[in-house]
Ligand binder design. Structure first.
Ligand code: SF4
Length: 122
């Protein structure tokens, strides 16, 4: 039997979770105050995912960069590849909030979208 200690990121309480695993399957979670802690522990131990936030360069805009994020969680082991794709991108102003910047980033079926509006530099 394996065990892992995690801190739940479900809310600011940050409960300390103790997870017991049997053949990579979660068998017991303790330390959680609510059911979200158990769900987080199970996901983190079997299929960890994250939202990625970053920024990309903007040409001809009132500012040189815009903030971006993945539309939803992507597998943790795809974060490095995702960041490589984001670093390569340069877009032209104008940029709208929610505009798709990269489709299907790193083969995850998740888009990277802008989270900031950038007007053209007139
Ligand atoms: S277990 Fe519940 S109360 Fe504790 S940090 Fe997670 S979401 Fe918050």
């Amino acid at each position: 039997m394996d065990s892992r200690d995690l801190i739940c990121i479900g809310c600011p309480m940050g409960c300390n979770l103790q997870v017991e695993l049997e053949r990579k399957k979660v068998t017991k979670v303790t330390g959680n105050i609510c059911p979200r802690g158990k769900a987080y522990a199970e996901k983190e131990c079997t299929n960890p995912t994250r939202i990625v936030t970053s920024s990309v360069k903007v040409e001809n805009g009132q500012v040189d960069m815009t903030s971006v994020k993945t539309e939803s969680d992507i597998p943790k082991d795809k974060i490095f590849e995702c960041m490589k794709c984001i670093r390569r991108v340069k877009i032209k102003a104008p940029v709208e909030i929610g505009q798709v910047i990269i489709e299907n980033v790193a083969g995850t079926n998740v888009n990277v979208i802008s989270t900031r509006k950038v007007k053209c530099n007139i």
